[in-house]
Design a protein around this ligand. Structure first.
Ligand SMILES: Nc1ncnc2c1ncn2[C@@H]1O[C@H](COP(=O)(O)OP(=O)(O)OP(=O)(O)O)[C@@H](O)[C@H]1O
Length: 700
């Protein structure tokens, strides 16, 4: 038996499709392109019904599924094509056909059908109510009282074709989207692209929108937020340069901040695909790199940087080469993607006490904005925001989860900025996709109780063994991610499981751990191997919980309960991307976790409700929800900051993940492999650990 096949596809052919878990199993999320990436299409009066959450696309017999196809590559342009294509220096805006615009009623119906809600969060007060500062009169943005917040009915993007015909995006960018295989816009793209590309067309009744809008978007994980902010960012640069006849220049006009390097590199890659054949450059910020900041500051600074070589050791060969050739010279970039600290370090570097500023930046984009504005990153993020001194700066905030505290913080900051700069305030618009922001409706959720830490380990081992998967619950097929609470636990779990995959299937090379304690180059290598399908089980911490897109991940295991409902949403949102169904999320909990599990259970219940799963279909039964204690506010805060205390390093037996020594396990594994090879057994080796009694089972 081909072990690769076994591990990838499970052992039993599914016959009874009526079972929930089996249904999920029959649809392999990695099995190629998703026909419709949209999550919602409710029936609205007078509109043709296309699809509803919970509706199953045509059933396929499992035997029809393609062979291992972990990461379903999107169609790429043929190598060499890009060279043949003429580089588009600037965008030639397509003539906008006003006739293409939808009526207000059509927009209203589309918004309703796709569960999109767009609200004006702040507005320019009319003259009679304008606040007047003591020094000089000026208009300010005022946050309307709750009941005043106005629902907007802007233009909605029905097809990607309209990007060119109605919103005048660059021909090359439009073609690149087609090459990427994007056929239908997702909900967040439907709502955000018109507003960000042509606010004057999207919101004709909202007065002067010359400088666009500030924007906050809350949309499910994997719903395509990245291109929602990338397309307007690059197109606005192209359009302006075309209008001002500025050819062949590179000027930093857009900055995208992301909380982790992995996410930053991923955004750069997406950006490069969109920019192929254009003259624009999207660049990832690196240690020691200089970008075009305020010129005076920069010239002072270049000399200093070159004299300070030993300050930060470059991590990778690539970085070393980069620093050797480019140190001190501003990198030519039009769009910069960075983690907050990297850019802030650059802004604060140099001999001068004063922070450098970024006067050319017109777009500031915060991806995973709730984390970037959480106390951990807040000062760094706000530092960059302050450095973007252009008065008409547009700021946008994106995440699958956005607490009301973050929304208030952002509204306040935008107001303060307008006041301090004395500029014309811009409308601040919020877009929400879905009925509830804390839900992941298109995957199967499982909450699994085990009596002890050892029980969790056994349960996870069970998931690694295809022979023991049965039809009572959704099998978890590689590739999958395993989340732990701390770096130490990720490392220990990796050590523990390293030899669990049979040698003939690749053995220990199939399992890896990725966390922030590793060097950049090691992290990049692991990411590459996981994306390529060489690594099947990736043990990690919350460093990979946000934004990272692995199209073919079949499942997520929360080995340790997440620290908040938002953390749960983001972790499990690594599977079931772009509307794909069939992903599975398993969360283990022990009695120590019971005080905190309600947060997770609530998200699962909300997700199942959105997906139309009720009664026996639901993974979370009402009795369990009722039985679990509510989490006190103080405990929630502590949990979010520190996780379950007992599992922190040195916190007693629960901090440890161990059974036998690596040597013992390797020996055992080799023995198993040898037996398997000699007998040419087609089945998995029988379980000889002898400790299966502690296995709590998926359906506990
Ligand atoms: N219109 C579309 N049609 C098909 N696939 C799409 C579309 N838009 C985006 N995708 C794909 O969906 C996947 C998820 O997109 P993306 O990473 O932007 O999601 P996200 O909303 O940012 O998720 P997260 O909240 O987890 O960061 C990517 O692989 C992307 O290429």
């Amino acid at each position: 038996m081909d072990i690769l096949k076994v591990l990838s596809r499970g052992t039993k052919k599914v016959t009874n499709n009526s079972q929930l878990g089996v249904k999920a199993a029959a649809k392999l999320p990695s099995a190629g392109a998703k026909p419709n990436p949209q999550l919602f299409h409710d029936e609205v009066r007078g509109q043709k019904r296309k699809r509803k959450v919970g509706d199953e696309p045509e059933e396929k017999d499992e035997s029809d599924l393609p062979e291992v196809d972990f990461f379903a590559p999107k169609p790429e342009s043929k190598p060499g094509n890009e060279k043949k294509q003429k580089v588009e220096q600037t965008s030639t805006p397509a003539p906008v056909q006003a006739t293409k615009l939808l009526t207000e009623e059509q927009c209203r119906q589309l918004l309703k059908s796709h569960r999109l809600k767009i609200t004006l969060l702040s507005k320019v007060e009319d003259q009679s109510r304008v606040k007047k500062s003591k020094k000089k009169k000026k208009k300010v943005a005022v946050e309307p009282k709750k009941e005043e917040k106005k629902q907007l009915i802007p233009q909605v993007l029905e097809t990607f074709g309209e990007l060119r015909t109605s919103y005048g995006i660059s021909r090359r960018v439009a073609e690149n989207l087609v090459v990427q295989g994007y056929r239908e816009p997702t909900e967040v793209q439907m709502g955000s692209l018109p507003l960000l590309l042509r606010p004057d067309l999207a919101l004709p009744d909202e007065g002067s929108l010359e400088h666009g809008v500030d924007f906050l978007a809350v949309a499910p994980t994997g719903s395509g937020k990245t291109i929602s902010f990338l397309i307007p960012a690059v197109n606005n640069i192209m359009r302006r340069r075309s209008e001002e006849k500025l050819n062949n220049i590179h000027e930093l006009e857009a900055i995208i901040i992301a909380p982790t390097r992995e996410l930053a590199y991923q955004i750069v890659n997406e950006g490069r695909k969109i920019l192929q054949g254009t003259s624009l450059r999207i660049v990832a910020m690196k240690k020691g790199m200089a970008v075009a900041a305020d010129k005076q500051e920069l010239s002072e600074d270049s000399s200093d940087e070159s004299g300070n070589e030993s300050e930060h050791e470059p991590d990778s060969e690539e970085e070393r080469k980069y620093q050797k050739t480019k140190r001190g010279t501003p990198t030519k970039a039009d769009v910069l993607v960075t983690t907050p600290l990297l850019l802030l370090n650059f802004l604060n570097s140099g001999s001068s006490q004063a922070q450098k500023v970024l006067p050319t930046v017109r777009d500031l984009i915060l991806d995973e904005a709730d984390v970037l504005l959480d106390p951990l990153f807040r000062e760094q993020t706000l530092g960059i925001w302050t450095a973007c001194t252009r008065p008409e700066l547009r700021v946008s905030f994106w995440s699958a989860t956005m607490g009301s505290n973050i929304e208030s913080l952002v509204t306040e900051r935008l107001q303060q900025r307008t006041e301090s700069l004395g500029t014309e305030p811009k409308p601040f618009v919020r877009l929400v996709v879905g009925l509830k922001d804390t839900a992941v409706p298109n995957i199967t959720h499982k909450l699994t109780y085990t009596a002890s830490e050892q029980g969790k380990l056994l349960a996870l081992r069970q998931l690694l063994r295809p022979s023991s998967r049965d039809e009572s619950g959704p099998p978890l097929r590689p590739p999958f991610l395993v989340f732990t609470q701390t770096i130490d636990r990720a490392t220990a779990l990796h050590e523990e499981l390293k030899y669990d995959i049979p040698l003939e299937a690749g053995g220990s090379t199939r399992i890896a751990a990725l966390h922030s304690g590793l060097a950049d180059s090691a992290r990049a290598t692991i990411m590459r191997k996981f994306r390529a399908g060489d690594i099947w089980v990736l043990i990690t911490t919350d460093v990979l919980a946000r934004g990272v897109d692995f199209a073919g991940v079949n499942g997520v295991v929360n080995f340790d309960v997440p620290g908040s409902s938002a953390a749960y949403v983001h972790r499990v949102g690594r599977t079931g991307r772009a509307g794909r169904e069939g992903g599975v999320a398993v969360t283990f909990y022990t009695k120590e976790d019971i005080p905190f599990v309600k947060m997770v259970a609530n998200v699962i219940a909300a997700s199942e409700k959105q997906a139309g799963k009720t009664g026996d279909d639901a993974g979370i039964q009402k009795w369990l929800l009722d039985a679990l204690p509510n989490v006190a506010k103080a405990d929630r805060k502590k949990l979010k900051e520190r996780g379950v205390e007992a599992r922190r390093t040195g916190g007693g037996t629960q901090a440890k993940i161990t059974s036998r020594s690596g040597f013992e396990r390797r020996k055992e594994n080799n023995k198993r492999g040898a037996i398997a090879a000699s007998k040419k057994r087609r089945d998995e080796p029988s379980d000889d650990s002898g400790d299966e009694d502690e296995w709590g089972g998926l359906d506990d």
